[in-house]
Design a protein around this ligand. Structure first.
Ligand SMILES: C[S@@+](CC[C@H](N)C(=O)[O-])C[C@H]1O[C@@H](n2cnc3c(N)ncnc32)[C@H](O)[C@@H]1O
Length: 348
C-alpha cells in the first residue's frame, strides 16, 4: 500500500466512524497513543475538508469538557450527537475559532447558555413517581410540619424545576398536608392557613426557556405531556376554565394552575454547579432526574451545595437511582417511595 493509499484509507475509516456515530449515537473516544501515527498523517494533509471528521471529534470533546466543568453534565453519546448536529453546519475554521473563543467564558455567557438550553433534557410531568409522592404526603410533610411547628413556615426548593410541574406538585402537596393536619383550608379559591403558617416554594433551573413556561403556569394536554400521570384528586390544582395562553397551539386544551397553588411559588435561574445556594434555611429540597446526567465529582459538588442550603432537620430527596455522596451531612431514611435524607447538624 502506498502512503497515499494509507492516508485515504485512514480518512475513509474516520468518515465512517463519524457517520456511524451520527447514525448509531455511539460516543467516539478521543484519539489515543495508538492513533498518533494517524494524527501525524492527518496533520500532514493540508486540505481542510479532509481533516473535518477528526477535528469535529476533537472539538466535540473540548466542548463536552467545557460543559461538564460549567454545568456538571457529563460527556455522553447523547451530548456528542447534539453537538455534532450543532457544529456540522459550521465551516471548519469558524468551528475552531468559536470553540477557542468560548474557553475563557463563564457559564453565564450567552453562547454557553445557548448550549445549555440545547443540551439539557427537560422531560417532566405532574405527579412523576406516584410512590415517592405518596411518601412525600404521608411521611415527609407530616414529619416537617411537626418539627417546624414553632417556626410555622415551610421553605421548599425544587432544584432543577424544568417547566415547573414539580414546583406546583410540591406547593399543592404542602398545602394539602397543612389542610390534612387541620392547619389550613381552601376558602373561595384562596388557601387560608391557621395561626400564621406559610409555605414558600422556589423553583430554579438553568434554562430560561423552561423557567418562562414554569412562570406562565399553563399546561397543555397535548400527547405525552404534563398530565400523563395526573391522579383524579389532583385535578383541583387546575382552573376549570380552559385558559388559552399566547402562542397557543390551535385545537389544544390548556389548563392553568389555580391561584392558591401558584401564590406560594417563585422561580429563579440558578446553576447547580454554583457553590453557594440561592437561599439558606430550606426545609425540603427536591433534586430529581438531573444528577443522573452528572459525573460523580459534579454530583458531590451539587450535594454539598444542597447540604449548605438545608437547615438541620430538613429533608433532601434525590430520587431512587442517585447515590448520596456526602453522607456525613445526612441521616438516611428508606421509605416505600425510595430514600430520603435528613440534614444533621454537621457544619459545612
Ligand atoms: C429532566 S428535568 C427534571 C425536572 C424535574 N426535577 C423532574 O424530576 O421532573 C432536568 C432539568 O435539569 C436542568 N439542569 C440541567 N443541568 C442543570 C444545571 N447545571 N443547573 C440547573 N439546572 C440544570 C435542565 O434544564 C432540566 O430542566
Amino acid at each position: 500500500m502506498t502512503p497515499d493509499n494509507k492516508v485515504n484509507d485512514l480518512l475513509q475509516q474516520m468518515r465512517l466512524a463519524v457517520e456511524n456515530a451520527r447514525a448509531a449515537n455511539a460516543y467516539l473516544p478521543l484519539p489515543t497513543a495508538s492513533t498518533s501515527r494517524a494524527e501525524a498523517l492527518i496533520s500532514s494533509i493540508s486540505s481542510e475538508e479532509s481533516s473535518q471528521p477528526h477535528t469535529l471529534i476533537l472539538l466535540t470533546h473540548e466542548l463536552m469538557a467545557g460543559i461538564e466543568t460549567r454545568f456538571g453534565i457529563k460527556p455522553s453519546s447523547l451530548v456528542q450527537r447534539k453537538l455534532v448536529r450543532i457544529l456540522n453546519d459550521m465551516p471548519i475554521t469558524a468551528m475552531r475559532d468559536w470553540v477557542e473563543s468560548l474557553k475563557n467564558c463563564s457559564p453565564d455567557h450567552s453562547e454557553w447558555q445557548a448550549l445549555a438550553e440545547n443540551l439539557t433534557v427537560q422531560e417532566t410531568y405532574f405527579c412523576r413517581d406516584p410512590e415517592l409522592m405518596r411518601m412525600l404526603t404521608e411521611d415527609i410533610l407530616p414529619y416537617l410540619i411537626a418539627i417546624r411547628k414553632k417556626q410555622k413556615k415551610l421553605q421548599v426548593w425544587s432544584a432543577a424545576s424544568s417547566t415547573g410541574e414539580e414546583v406546583y406538585d410540591l406547593s399543592f402537596c404542602a398545602l394539602r398536608a397543612l389542610q390534612n393536619t387541620g392547619l389550613g383550608q381552601c376558602v373561595n379559591g384562596r388557601f387560608l392557613t391557621e395561626s400564621g403558617w406559610s409555605v414558600h416554594v422556589l423553583g430554579t433551573d438553568i434554562s430560561y426557556q423552561a423557567l418562562r413556561t414554569a412562570k406562565a403556569a399553563s399546561y397543555s394536554d397535548l400527547g405525552m405531556g404534563s398530565f400523563r400521570n395526573l391522579p383524579q384528586d389532583w385535578r383541583i390544582m387546575f382552573e376549570d376554565i380552559k385558559a388559552t395562553p399566547t402562542h397557543a397551539v390551535p385545537r389544544v386544551n390548556y389548563f392553568k394552575i389555580r391561584e392558591w397553588v401558584r401564590q406560594c411559588t417563585r422561580f429563579e435561574r440558578f446553576n447547580l454547579m454554583n457553590t453557594q445556594p440561592p437561599a439558606l434555611g430550606m426545609d425540603l429540597v427536591f433534586c430529581r432526574n438531573v444528577l443522573i446526567y452528572f459525573g460523580d465529582p459534579a454530583k458531590k459538588t451539587v450535594q454539598t451545595m444542597l447540604a449548605r442550603a438545608i437547615s438541620t432537620g430538613g429533608v433532601l430527596v434525590l430520587g431512587a437511582t442517585v447515590k448520596m455522596l456526602v453522607p456525613e451531612y445526612f441521616e438516611s431514611r428508606q421509605g416505600k417511595g425510595g430514600p430520603w435524607y435528613v440534614r444533621n447538624d454537621t457544619r459545612l
